[in-house]
Design a binder for this molecule. Structure first.
Ligand code: DX5
Ligand code: ZN
Length: 221
C-alpha cells in the first residue's frame, strides 16, 4: 500500500522579508509541513538561518517544522532547535562522529529523527541507521543552495531503500527527497518510494498555491 505523500515547501526559497505572509500562503495551499534549511558555512558553503527563526515561526503556524540541519557538530544545537519548536530534525551522516548517539539525542526529545545522505553517500548508512530513524532524507542535489538540478541517480537509490525498508519490516519509515524536485519529476520520485517531498524553487517560483495544487495532482495522477 502506498504511503500518504507529504508536501514540504523549502522555506529557503521564501521571501525572508515576508516570511509570515509566505507561511500563510503555504497554509492556504494545503502543504503538510514546512522544511527549514539550516546551514552553517562549515558543513556546506552557505549560511542561512538558526533556531531564532524557527522560534519566530513556531507561534504563527501549526504546521510541523522540519529542520534540515546542514551543520557541523549537530549535537551541540539539537536542544536549541527542539526548544525553538522543531517537530522533525535531520542530520547529515558526515556531520556527526557518532550517528547513533545523535539520533538517540533527537529521539530523547520525542520528536521525529532523520538521517540525511548526500547523493553519493553509500546507502549502507541508511540500512544501518534505519531502525533508529523516523525518516531518511535522500538528497537529490549537493546540499547548500536552492535551485540546483535534480541528480537522477537518486531514483535507483530511493527504490533500493524503499525495498530494504519494506522487506525488513520498516515500511513505516518515511523517505524524504530534497533538491531539484519539480512538477515534472515528482511522479517518478514518488514511484521510486519517496513520500516526503521537499521543493523550494519548484513551489515558490510563480504562484505557490497553484504550484502546490499542480504538484499534488501530478502525484495523484
Ligand atoms: C539544499 C536544501 C534544499 C533546497 C531545495 O541544500 O536542502 O531544501 O532549498 O531547493 P530546490 O527545490 O529549489 O532545489
Ligand atoms: Zn533541505
Amino acid at each position: 500500500m502506498r504511503k500518504e505523500v507529504l508536501i514540504a515547501p523549502s522555506m529557503l526559497s521564501a521571501d525572508f522579508a515576508n516570511l509570515e505572509r509566505d507561511v500563510r500562503t503555504c497554509e492556504l495551499a494545503g502543504v503538510d509541513l514546512l522544511h527549514i534549511d539550516v546551514m552553517d558555512g562549515h558543513f556546506v558553503p552557505n549560511i542561512t538561518i538558526g533556531p531564532l527563526v524557527v522560534n519566530a515561526l513556531r507561534p504563527i503556524t501549526k504546521l510541523p517544522l522540519d529542520c534540515h540541519l546542514m551543520i557541523s557538530n549537530p549535537d551541540q544545537y539539537i536542544e536549541s532547535f527542539v526548544k525553538a519548536g522543531a517537530d522533525y530534525i535531520s542530520v547529515h551522516v558526515e556531520a556527526t562522529n557518532h550517528l547513533h548517539r545523535t539520533l538517540a539525542l533527537i529521539k530523547s526529545f520525542n520528536i521525529k529523527a532523520g538521517c540525511v545522505l548526500n547523493p553519493i553517500t553509500p546507502l549502507n548508512y541508511a540500512f544501518d541507521a534505519a531502525e533508529y530513524c523516523d525518516f531518511i532524507l535522500l538528497m537529490s542535489v549537493n546540499p547548500g543552495f536552492g535551485g540546483q538540478s535534480f541528480i537522477s541517480s537518486f531514483l535507483k537509490k530511493c527504490e533500493q531503500l524503499r525495498n530494504f525498508l519494506d522487506i525488513n519490516g520498516m515500511s513505516h519509515i518515511d523517505i524524504e527527497v530534497d533538491g531539484g524536485v519539480k512538477q515534472d519529476n515528482v511522479k517518478q520520485i514518488v514511484n521510486a518510494g519517496a513520500n516526503m517531498i521537499v521543493s523550494g524553487s519548484g513551489l515558490f517560483n510563480g504562484d505557490l498555491v497553484s504550484n502546490v495544487i499542480n504538484m499534488r495532482n501530478e502525484i495523484n495522477s
